[in-house]
Design a protein around this ligand. Structure first.
Ligand code: SAH
Length: 357
């Protein structure tokens, strides 16, 4: 059965085919996008026969919650099951007044970053527009009625720029006033860095923030950590990022996952500073969130401090991302792997003890 959120654009035609007036489309969209309905029975201002016809034809969402974990710091993580049985993950983070959601764009990932859980088994498929939007809607439902989502980061599983059409389709609804009403300046697309797709974002005059996952100060190391770099190269990537900045006016962010003994030395910090000087708007350093079975480790607090001080001395604006939700395997891709590897553990409904799974 098709899902309504995958058919929002064709809904007016379907209603027409059912001899329904055009304003019903607006009503239904409002129920789904703003009034948080996930079944047609809740849509009390629609005539009963229409509700029944809708329920025979569509599901509201194309996915369901397979597992829900909550961390003491307010982070909540959903493992969702898609209608074909695949799983993806998405997260709600609470930070002061911010209600940020982290959303997946693909089942798995083809980029092959060696430290990341999402791509260990390659990419299975792209998510549809509706599957991306539906994650936002499920996360929105975790909030009390008087709270709204404030920020979106496309930092879940998958490479958003490898599924750009569907990601942009979902973000269009996220930004629309009669959708989720979230300003593009509160939306960040995180990418491994694919220059043709970055240029497309620029051509479309997008106003989203772009976060580039750099992770290494030179091509030799980046080729090892982020294999797709072999075909891209840091120089071309930085040029594309600069072109996007010229058009969007949005501050660029570079992300750098700190891996002990791999990319965290003071020499590498200096090399990174030299690479980014004059172009960097913000460097977001993320201490590694260990993934079971992978050989990488989080650096010691001393190594992290030395790395940070070196970059600050070199005049780079730097932010250390707090690691939220690591007790619930919130580095995306981890929960799905656990679910895939040990289906019998599905029944262990998650709480903060998820970290022991
Ligand atoms: N494909 C996009 C989105 C990936 S997830 C991208 O590459 O940007 C968002 C960020 O988390 C990326 O910078 C990614 O490299 C990083 N990341 C992946 N696994 C991680 C882990 N185990 N610990 C910390 N950061 C991780």
């Amino acid at each position: 059965m098709q899902s309504l959120v995958d058919q929002l654009e064709t809904l007016p035609e379907w209603l027409d085919s059912q001899s329904q007036p055009a304003f019903r489309a607006r009503q239904i969209r409002k129920w789904v996008l703003q009034k948080r309905a996930i079944d047609f029975a809740a849509m009390t201002d629609l005539p009963q026969p229409l509700r029944e016809r809708l329920a025979e034809t569509f599901t509201v969402l194309p996915l369901e919650i397979a597992r829900h974990q909550q961390s003491p710091d307010g982070t909540e993580k959903l493992l969702v099951k898609l209608s074909d049985g695949n799983h993806v993950e998405c997260v709600l983070l609470r930070d002061g007044a911010r209600r940020t959601i982290c959303v997946s764009s693909q089942v798995g990932c083809a980029m092959g970053c060696v430290f990341c859980a999402s791509g260990l088994d390659g990419v299975e498929r792209n998510l549809t527009n509706g599957e991306i939007l539906a994650q936002m809607l499920l996360l929105q439902r975790l909030l009390p009625a008087d709270e709204r989502l404030s920020h979106i980061v496309m930092m879940g599983m998958g490479e958003p720029l490898a599924n750009l059409n569907q990601v942009l389709g979902a973000l269009e609804v996220a930004t629309a006033a009669e959708g989720l009403g979230i300003s593009p300046r509160r939306i960040t697309i995180s990418t491994v860095g694919l220059p043709p797709a970055i240029d497309r974002l620029a051509k479309l005059n997008c106003r989203f923030n772009l976060a580039i996952s750099l992770h290494a100060p030179n091509d030799a190391l980046r080729n090892q950590l982020v294999p797709v770099n072999d075909r891209v190269g840091i120089a071309d990537l930085l040029d594309a990022a600069e072109r996007y900045f010229q058009v969007s006016g949005r501050r660029l962010t570079f992300e750098y996952v700190l891996l002990a003994g791999v990319n965290d030395s003071v020499v590498q910090a200096v090399e990174l500073a030299n690479l980014l000087k004059g172009r960097c708007q913000l460097l977001n350093v993320i201490p590694y969130n260990p993934v079971a079975g992978l050989p990488y480790e989080t650096p010691s607090p001393q190594a992290i401090a030395a790395f940070r001080e070196t970059l600050m001395r070199e005049g780079i604006e730097i932010k250390f991302r707090q690691r939220k939700g690591d007790k619930i395997n919130a580095a995306c891709g981890q929960l799905r792997r656990i679910a895939n590897q040990s289906p019998q553990r599905h029944s262990l409904d998650g709480d903060a003890k998820g970290s022991t799974l």
